[in-house]
Design a protein around this ligand. Structure first.
Ligand code: BGC
Length: 420
């Protein structure tokens, strides 16, 4: 399996001088890396995404296949995360594995995730667990997924089962990843896929179109939160949002604030009853009279096509905290790029903005980078490179990039250089 742990030896050396104007984070600040089950585990064959990826006219560039085989290699992967210098690991539990048939739970699969949590504990990592990271069991998608008004009941039953068995080893729990996702121009293709599947109710989280889905997703969160609180009242529960930094286009004013409130306010207001809000930021979006504008022509772009804009994070964290009025956990921030030096610059830029927000009093509990690995980037397949660690998908050899050592070192120091 060949994890290049030797390459990590250098980060274990004590750090000599503190950088100028470095700002210390709180002692329990979480420094972590994130993955999502479907994007790294491989062979998630009972999931909706697996089916869509393997249709003859698939929306997906590549099928996920073996992915990073994290399902089998989690033990050494988790050891690597700790050795790099991080103190936490965010990963998701795959509902499609745990409940492959409605109401029938697999204790063997639950035990698999128990072993992952145990491995984290052995390596001194706090666990940040997501219950739903885009993929669902096929039966759930076939019944309309999050467009089905009965979804909250099913989701809460799954959440309760996980917490009943694993709650003692979960430190932070995210119910739904990017619960607010605005669903792009894919639905037509999705309708064709649904026809191929032979169900007009089939709904995949990433391509759901019906407006009522947003309220149903929120109801799922509330139902799960209630079920979890009944079992483990002290467990911090929240959900995560896909938050771009909404800005007014030059020469305009007010449009960004309006669009931002429309998109996020219902979700942030609901989070007032949560223990935290998970913020996930990648870029900014500019708004004018006619709505969202394309990035400026000369703006640098990432592999995802959106603007390279590390300063976005500080701004989204401020806005989320202001409306939700609960502590913020940065559950994702990162960049799709082949150029690892650009990733390092992105990390430093994002952290500088984060430190400034913290200095201004925003209660931020941690920074979790997306992603641990170069992995399965949904419809775009394996082309975008978000990883701190490269993966040879034939040999499954892991190779930490300089950015992994860079962020790991910051994590060990627990300080952010505000001068960057
Ligand atoms: C998602 C990840 C995805 C990442 C990069 C986030 O929206 O939670 O699953 O890989 O962004 O696009």
């Amino acid at each position: 399996m060949g994890t290049a742990l030797g390459a990590l030896a250098s980060v274990a050396a004590p750090v000599a001088a503190q950088p100028r104007r470095a700002m210390a984070m709180r002692r329990d600040f979480l420094w972590g890396v994130a993955t999502a089950a479907h994007q790294v585990e491989g062979n998630n064959v009972n999931s909706d995404s697996w089916l869509l990826e393997n249709l003859s006219h698939s929306l997906f560039t590549d099928p996920s296949g073996d992915a990073c085989d994290h399902y089998h290699l989690y033990e050494s992967d988790i050891a690597m995360v700790a050795k790099l210098g991080f103190n936490s690991y965010r990963f998701s539990i795959e509902w499609a594995r745990i409940e492959p048939v409605p109401g029938r739970f697999s204790l063997a699969e639950i035990a698999h995730y128990g072993r992952m949590l145990d491995a984290c504990k052995r390596h001194g990592l706090k666990t940040v667990v997501t219950l739903h990271h885009f993929t669902s069991p096929l039966w759930f998608a076939r019944s309309g997924g999050f467009e089905n008004p009965e979804a909250p009941e099913a989701f809460a039953r799954y959440a309760a089962k996980v917490v009943e068995h694993l709650g003692d080893r979960i430190d932070w729990l995210c119910t739904i990843n990017e619960a607010d996702l605005g669903f792009g121009p894919i639905p037509r293709a999705m309708e064709r896929a649904a026809a191929a599947i032979g169900s007009d109710r089939f709904a995949f989280f990433l391509t759901s179109i019906r407006p009522e889905a947003k309220a149903i997703v929120r109801a799922c969160h509330v139902a799960a939160r209630k079920a979890i609180a009944a079992l483990r009242p002290g467990l911090p529960v929240g959900y995560t949002l896909a938050m771009s930094d909404f800005q007014d286009a030059p020469g305009t004013s007010g449009h960004a604030a309006e669009a931002r409130a429309k998109r996020y306010a219902p979700f942030l207001e609901l989070a007032r009853d949560d223990a935290f809000i998970g913020v996930q930021t990648y870029t900014r979006e500019q708004y004018g009279e006619k709505g969202k504008l394309a990035p400026p022509r000369d703006a640098p772009r990432t592999q995802m096509g959106y603007e390279y804009y590390p300063a976005a994070l500080g701004n989204t964290v401020r806005y989320a905290a202001e409306v939700a009025r609960v502590p913020v956990l940065v559950t994702e921030n990162g960049i799709g790029t082949q150029d690892d030096a650009q990733r390092i610059a992105y990390i430093d830029g994002a952290l500088a903005g984060l430190a400034a927000a913290i200095a201004d009093g925003v209660d931020v509990r941690g920074y979790i980078h997306w992603s641990l690995f170069d992995n399965f980037e949904w419809m775009l397949g394996y082309r975008p490179k978000f990883g701190l660690v490269a993966v040879d998908r034939e040999t499954q050899k892991r190779t930490p990039k300089p950015s992994a050592l860079h962020l790991g070192k910051i994590a060990r120091m627990n300080r952010i250089d505000r001068a960057t």
